[in-house]
Ligand binder design. Structure first.
Ligand code: SF4
Ligand code: FE2
Length: 621
């Protein structure tokens, strides 16, 4: 096995990896070793399994599959389906929120309510629903219908394109990139990539971008906005992060996945006096709900509950031996968590029929019975406390303070009600630009090394950083999510963030909440009367791994945002596709991807880009 010091930058992770080796528990790193080297054809994207005349692997020696498809076609089809998988994930999550809204409107969800009425009315106004003098529930019903319809085939474009600058929409229309309906684009990609359909790589990629845009400005954005409506729009607050948020003297219940619909109820149930009393009967001092991954981000942003860890910490959290239950919804949940839970007293509980895990305790979680089911789940966690083996408990380190809760609404309020102060800070060069650093961990990259490294490099250059997803925990553990982190920033950022009492790195939420970042970009562009691609902004996913991350990256680029990836997707087997991704898209949508594994070099690339964009806007470098 590789030395533990090479696997991660964190002490809490190292301690648990040592414990895992001591206790004979297999982790993601061990399995990566078993799987290495990977199939070269698959790495290049030149394997096709789309029909049974194959499977085919194309190379210089055998340049065409049985049907005649070449590397360009095969790579484009594979990448198209890859992005589509991601768009489907986010957007189906968004749909689940619409279904909860529907249940609220129909009086079928007694435990949920519309928490942010103002936001619901604002959203309705944005998509052209009459709000004047109307009842909340009537408007909610119309909004629910409008968003459901965004998934279908009857619209010419998804409704929240109302936020996009006109010039950008014209560009999309000209390219055939306007996202019409979420499910439609997803289904059409499956159709196009069937044998004998779209056999022109650039054309397939245009539709991949359209599908990604349907996610970013459709499914994901609906997911974010309705989560705010139902559970409240985040406001700044303090919390903590790392494995030490797990408490030795408490019943520890970790929520993991992406959707707040389950975890919000779990949290509410865990706070009930009867639940706490039962935990105390069993010798605990209380119940501690903490988060993993994006479900963690959702609860962190809105409720300030602590964050135990990001993607590569999920296995390690259980290895503390102090976790009574892991409750999951969907996405990014390693199936290995079932086996690792089995090595301890940990109960692994799944809650969604579309994300079941063999060996898990299953709940078919429904809005109608949410609180009752949440109480049952919390009870399972509490009773497991009695089974904990104190001799196997090891919780490393101390929790690190973080600041969270930066929704666009909260930022605008902090700025005094308008974006003007932000525009001025950018114009003055105090904030030279902004980069959203998002996404995952990948065991092929030293855990969080790039996530943290890039963030530090950028803020030094007076580039504001916005984080979501698993980068949140990385930045938090590095001490970058507190106001004191301005000491690590350049003079301009230090001045502005210092005056506002905010960190130079803002936590903007979960992965679906990347929609908050594109919304902010669109608002800035509209304010300045320019296109999004004219702004001194960028996006990065340094340690990405998932289909969803590819969809996010592509909607960022298609929206006009220069986007960095720490390692390439499996497209290098096609020069056409690779060139299009890293340069050709620039001519089409005004932005492209760039691939760079080094944090310092990446920051320099962003710096150059931001200089050029500032110049274009007539600003000093
Ligand atoms: Fe091979 Fe073509 Fe079938 Fe793909 S679609 S498996 S390249 S024959
Ligand atoms: Fe996520």
């Amino acid at each position: 096995p590789r030395p533990i010091d090479e696997l991660t930058i964190w002490d809490d992770a190292k301690a648990m990896l040592k414990k895992a080796r001591r206790e004979g528990v297999e982790t993601v790193h061990d399995r990566l070793d078993q799987q290495t080297p990977h199939c070269k054809f698959c790495e290049l994207g030149t394997t096709c399994r789309n029909c049974t005349m194959g499977p085919c692997r194309v190379s210089e020696k055998r340049p065409r599959g049985v049907c005649g498809a070449d590397a360009d076609v095969i790579v484009a089809r594979n990448f198209g389906r890859f992005v589509t998988g991601g768009a489907a994930g986010h957007s189906d999550h968004g749909r689940d929120l619409i279904e909860v809204l529907e249940a609220i409107v129909e009086g079928e969800a007694p435990d949920y309510k519309i928490t942010d009425e103002g936001k619901l009315f604002r959203l309705a106004g944005e998509v052209g629903i009459e709000t004047e003098g109307r009842e909340l529930m009537a408007v909610a019903e119309d909004l629910m219908e409008c968003f459901f319809a965004d998934f279908g085939s009857r619209k010419k474009s998804v409704s929240l394109l109302s936020r996009v600058p006109e010039v950008r929409k014209e560009k999309w229309a000209k390219l055939g990139m306007t996202p019409r309906g979420v499910d439609r684009e997803i289904a059409e990609m499956m159709h196009r990539t069937h044998m004998g359909c779209d056999n022109d790589a650039p054309n397939t990629l245009i539709h991949a971008a359209r599908t990604a845009l349907a996610d970013g400005w459709g499914g994901s954005m609906i997911g974010t906005e309705l989560s705010d409506v139902i559970f409240g729009t985040p406001t700044p607050k303090m919390s903590t992060a790392n494995l030490a948020v797990i408490k030795e003297d408490k019943v520890n219940l970790l929520v993991h996945g992406h959707n707040p619909v389950v975890s919000e109820m779990i949290l509410a149930a865990a706070r009930e006096p009867e639940m706490v009393a039962r935990a105390k009967e069993l010798g605990a001092t209380g119940i501690n709900v903490a988060g993993l991954c994006c479900t963690g981000n959702e609860l962190l942003m809105r409720q300030g509950i602590p964050m135990a860890g990001n993607h590569l910490m999920t296995e390690l959290a259980i290895i503390t031996g102090a976790v009574e239950a892991v409750v999951v919804d969907y996405q990014c949940i390693m199936p290995s968590l079932v086996q690792i839970s089995g090595c301890y007293h940990t109960k692994f509980i799944d809650t969604a029929n579309k994300a079941r895990f063999t060996g898990a305790i299953h709940f078919d979680f429904q809005p109608r019975t949410a609180m009752k089911q949440a109480r049952e789940i919390v009870s399972i966690a509490i009773e497991a406390f009695a089974e904990r083996d104190a001799g196997r408990v090891e919780i490393p380190g101390e929790p690190i303070e973080i600041m969270t809760g930066f929704s666009n609404e909260a930022v605008i309020e902090a700025l005094g009600g308008t974006l003007d102060p932000l525009v001025k800070a950018i114009a003055d060069g105090d904030i030279r630009g902004a980069v959203g650093i998002v996404g995952c961990n990948n065991p092929k990259i030293k855990h969080d090394s790039l996530n943290v490294g890039l963030t530090k490099e950028l803020i030094k250059k007076d580039i504001l950083v916005i984080v979501t997803g698993c980068v949140t925990t990385a930045a938090g553990k590095a001490g970058l999510l507190v106001p004191e982190a301005i000491e690590m920033a350049g003079p301009g950022l230090k001045k502005i963030c210092g005056a506002l009492g905010i960190p130079p790195v803002l936590h903007y939420g979960s992965c679906v909440d990347n929609s908050r970042i594109i919304q902010l970009c669109a608002a800035l562009a509209n304010e300045l009367g320019v296109d999004i691609s004219d702004l001194p902004v960028g996006a990065s996913s340094p340690e990405w791994y998932s289909e969803k991350a590819a969809a996010i990256g592509l909607y960022a680029v298609a929206s006009g945002i220069y986007t960095h990836l720490g390692h390439p997707p499996n497209i290098l087997g096609s020069e056409t596709v690779t060139n299009l991704a890293v340069s050709g898209l620039e001519d089409l949508v005004g932005a492209s991807f760039f691939i760079e594994p080094d944090a310092v070099k990446t920051a320099e690339m962003f710096d150059e880009r931001i200089k050029a964009k500032r110049k274009g806007l007539g600003l000093s470098e």
